[in-house]
Design a protein around this ligand. Structure first.
Ligand SMILES: [Zn+2]
Length: 341
C-alpha cells in the first residue's frame, strides 16, 4: 500500500473539503476501495457478507472522537490488519467544518436530510453536501436487495451528559424496535436509548425511513479537540464495529432489557426569535431533569413548562438559528417485549 492515495484519504478529503475526484484501488485481499467524493469511501469485498453497513462521522465537524474512531477502522482495513467482509461505506461528513474545528460552516448538516436541503431559498455548501450524501447512501443501499442494512451515525455531544453514551432511535412509524440492534448498542456501551416521536431531517432517519435500514444517531461522549480523546472510552463500540465488519455471522450478546435506560421525546422547544432564552444554565448536562411545572424556556410571549413528573433536557442550545430546535424534552419510557422484533 506504499504510496497509495488511499493512505492519505482523510488528508486528501481535508485538502479538498467540498469535492474530490473519485478514484479506486484494489486492496491486498481483493476488495475494491472506491473513493466516491471527499470524505466518502466505499469498500466492496470480493465476496461480501449479508450486511451493508454505513458508518458516518464528522457530520458535525468538531466531533472528533468518532472521526478518529472511523479513521482507525479505515486504516486497519487498508493496512490488512482488519479484513472487511461486509460492504462498507465510510462517510466523513463535513471536512470543511473539520478543518475549521467547528460544528458547521453555515448550517447544521444534520437538519438537512430527507430533502430539507432543497426547502426554502437558502443555498450553501452544507445543503449541497446533504444532497450528495443522500445520493451516496442511496447508491450504496440500492446496489443490492436482501442484505441487512445498517447505518450508525456517530456523534459526540457539546455538553456533558448524565448518561455519557446514548443513541437516538429514529421514529419507526409503528414498526417494532430491533432486539438485535438494541443488543448491539448495549454491548457497545450505549445503554441509554431515546425513542424519537416523529419524522426528522437527521441522517439516521433518512436511512431508516428511506431504505428500511437499522439506523441510529449515536452519541459517544463529550466533544474534545483532535488528539485529546481517550480511545479507551470508545473501545467497546470500536470492538463491536470491528467484529461486525470482519465476521459475517457475528451477533452481539443477547439483549438484557434491564440493562437499557429508555426515554421518549415528550416535547420539542423551538427557538422563534432572538428573545429566546432558557431558564436554566447553558452549561447544564444532558438528561438533567425538572419537576412538572418548571418554567424551562421563554421566547417573547411563549413559555415552555415541564409537563411530565421527571422531564429531562437533551441537546439544549440557545444558539441555534430561529425556527430550529433549541432542546428536546424527554421522559422515561419502558420497552416491553411486545414492542421488539
Ligand atoms: Zn453531532
Amino acid at each position: 500500500m506504499n504510496g497509495s492515495r488511499l493512505d492519505d484519504f482523510l488528508a486528501l478529503s481535508r485538502a479538498h473539503p467540498w469535492e474530490l475526484t473519485p478514484f479506486s484501488e484494489s486492496l491486498a485481499d481483493g476488495a475494491r476501495a472506491q473513493v466516491w467524493d471527499t470524505g466518502v469511501l466505499c469498500i466492496e469485498p470480493a465476496v461480501p457478507g449479508n450486511r451493508d453497513l454505513v458508518l458516518s462521522c464528522g457530520i458535525h465537524g468538531n466531533e472528533t472522537a468518532p472521526i478518529e474512531l472511523c479513521e482507525r477502522l479505515l486504516n486497519a482495513i487498508l493496512s490488512g490488519r482488519l479484513t472487511c467482509r461486509q460492504r462498507l461505506l465510510f462517510i466523513f461528513g463535513n471536512p470543511a467544518a473539520m478543518n475549521l474545528g467547528v460544528r458547521e460552516v453555515e448550517e447544521n448538516l444534520n437538519r438537512l436530510f430527507s430533502g430539507a436541503h432543497a426547502r426554502g431559498e437558502k443555498r450553501n455548501h452544507e445543503r449541497e453536501r446533504a444532497a450528495r450524501l443522500e445520493q451516496y447512501v442511496t447508491r450504496f443501499f440500492e446496489a443490492r436487495d436482501g442484505a441487512e442494512r445498517l447505518h450508525y451515525d456517530l456523534h459526540t455531544a457539546i455538553r456533558p451528559s448524565a448518561y455519557e453514551k446514548f443513541a437516538i432511535y429514529p421514529f419507526t412509524h409503528g414498526a417494532p424496535y430491533s432486539r438485535q440492534q438494541l443488543a448491539f448498542l448495549c454491548s457497545a456501551g450505549v445503554e441509554t436509548i431515546l425513542l424519537a416521536d416523529g419524522p426528522t431531517t437527521t441522517f439516521s432517519y433518512f436511512s431508516a425511513h428511506g431504505f428500511g435500514a437499522h439506523a441510529f444517531t449515536v452519541e459517544l461522549g463529550k466533544v474534545m479537540p483532535f488528539g485529546q480523546n481517550d480511545a479507551r472510552r470508545f473501545a467497546a463500540m470500536e470492538r463491536n464495529l470491528e467484529q461486525l465488519i470482519s465476521e459475517p455471522d457475528w451477533q452481539p450478546p443477547a439483549l438484557d432489557l434491564n440493562q437499557l435506560r429508555v426515554f421518549r421525546v415528550c416535547q420539542e422547544i423551538t427557538k422563534q426569535s432572538e428573545q429566546f432564552r432558557f431558564h436554566f444554565a447553558d452549561t447544564i448536562a444532558n438528561f438533567s431533569a425538572f419537576a412538572a411545572g418548571t418554567l424551562l424556556a421563554e421566547d417573547g410571549e411563549q413559555q415552555w413548562f415541564a409537563q411530565e413528573q421527571q422531564e429531562a433536557v437533551v441537546f439544549p442550545n440557545a444558539g441555534v438559528a430561529n425556527g430550529q430546535r433549541a432542546a428536546l424534552m424527554v421522559t422515561t419510557a419502558e420497552l416491553t417485549t411486545d414492542m421488539l422484533a
